[in-house]
Ligand binder design. Structure first.
Ligand code: SAH
Length: 403
């Protein structure tokens, strides 16, 4: 029995357009579709066949979108309840084996990372027993009742509540607006999660994405190892992930800069939650580029630049690269000799080589000598499906800036 729909629509691909699907790449572009049998609606489960009729698998359909089908299974038979349960059980087992959510000092991680876990359109982040789900496709959203049972089964007592935060992401992807809210369990009094012993207040209701950026965990940890006695500027700080690691590791002073007053308020709350001295921390509400133009940059030993995605799609790539170059040029022009720059891009459309070249171009223009000390990526709870290299979205460099 299929759990998402009873539709029997079939999407048949043009000749030779099945090659990437045979390699288990999960996207079918509308240009590769030869014809559609039936009248599938947004989010319906469809069968996908090769030109000569062989079944290639099953996926969620999206009309009027460049990606017409996001593949779920590559089997003859359609995904049933046991298929969904097995996918969720596997995703949970990966994080359990990584020790990411079952200890006092570490109870927050991403449990499902869309294509990276074979579940395109589904993001699920766990914060101390609260699972925050963001569906990016109507098909995934319709599957929530099955997913709820599967998560409860896989997580057992580790799960306290499930919050659906899909309203905005669904609207952007051709779905109906549904209200965000609890789909299982209750709202806890405390919104606090622990990451490597650091406490964070997570505002999944009003905050950005699912409330926190779990993808920077390992990179924040690296910053901690380099921060003792240092003066740190955290640009695009959001709720202060990098700031808290630096302060806890003994930074002399940390400045968190963001344009969002709300994010800075949560950041200050996080400073208090961790028992850190407020005298060592300052919030700066400003536009990043404007602040980077001021002559204060020379005061800092370490600068972190972690902007939002500048390119949401490939067509915006050129403008995004200009944006990355602009902020990094400003930073490199103003930073003192011997300082460190942690610089990131979370744009899927900008790959590692493009990002590195952009930083090198900024360094040449700034006339600075830079050494690349670390190349950084997303952590293992944001896995990359080997057949879908596009999933490797977070890239960063730690560079030492000299003369
Ligand atoms: N580094 C953060 C995540 C950054 S998310 C962490 O580890 O949690 C990007 C942040 O950039 C958001 O908080 C957003 O409010 C902020 N932002 C976006 N445009 C900005 C601008 N022009 N100037 C300053 N902050 C900006």
């Amino acid at each position: 029995m299929t759990t998402t729909t009873t539709s029997l629509s079939t999407v048949t691909l043009k000749a030779k357009r099945d090659q990437s699907i045979r390699r288990k790449h999960p996207w079918i572009f509308s240009g590769g579709v030869k014809h559609i049998q039936g009248d599938p609606q947004a989010g319906d489960l469809v069968k996908v066949c090769a030109n000569k009729g062989r079944t290639l698998g099953w996926g969620h359909y999206a009309p009027n979108a460049s990606i017409a089908v996001r593949m779920l299974s590559f089997d003859e038979s359609s995904p049933d309840d046991s298929w969904w349960h097995s996918q969720i059980a596997q995703a949970v087992a990966v994080r359990r084996d990584l020790n990411l959510f079952q200890s006092d000092g570490q109870n927050a991680c991403r449990l499902v990372h869309a294509e990276g876990d074979g579940l395109p359109g589904l993001i699920a982040d766990l914060y101390n027993g609260i699972l925050v789900i963001q569906c990016h496709t109507p098909g995934m959203h319709r599957t929530l009742p099955t997913l709820t049972v599967a998560f409860r089964e896989a997580l057992g007592e580790c799960l306290v509540g499930i919050y659906d935060k899909s309203a905005k992401t669904l609207l952007k992807n051709g779905g109906q607006a549904s209200d965000d809210g609890w789909i299982w369990g209750n709202a806890p009094k405390e919104h606090c999660a622990t990451e490597y012993g650091h406490q964070f207040d997570i505002d999944w209701e009003q905050g950005q994405k699912t409330g926190f950026f779990l993808d920077q965990r390992e990179n924040r940890s690296l910053l901690g190892t380099l921060s003792q006695g240092k003066k740190v500027l955290n640009v695009f700080s959001y709720t202060g992930g990098f700031s808290i690691y630096a302060l806890k590791a003994g930074a002399m002073e940390v400045h968190s800069l963001d344009s969002s007053q709300r994010a800075l308020e949560v950041c200050e709350k996080n400073v208090r939650l961790n028992g850190l001295s407020e005298d060592c921390h300052k919030s700066i509400r400003a536009d990043a580029l404007e602040y980077l133009k001021t002559d204060t940059l020379g005061e800092y030993d370490i600068v972190v630049l972690d902007p939002p995605a500048f390119a949401k799609r490939a067509s915006a790539r050129h403008a995004a690269i200009q944006g990355y170059k602009r902020i990094n040029l400003r930073a490199l022009q103003g930073m003192k000799s011997g300082s460190l720059l942690f610089t990131f891009s979370c744009s899927q459309a900008v790959d590692d080589a493009m990002f590195t070249n952009t930083i090198v171009a900024a360094a040449i223009q700034a006339g600075r000598t830079v050494r690349i000390l670390h190349r950084l990526h997303q952590p293992p709870d944001h896995p990359v499906n080997a057949f879908h290299p596009e999933g490797s979205y977070l890239k960063g460099l730690v560079v030492r800036v000299d003369e």
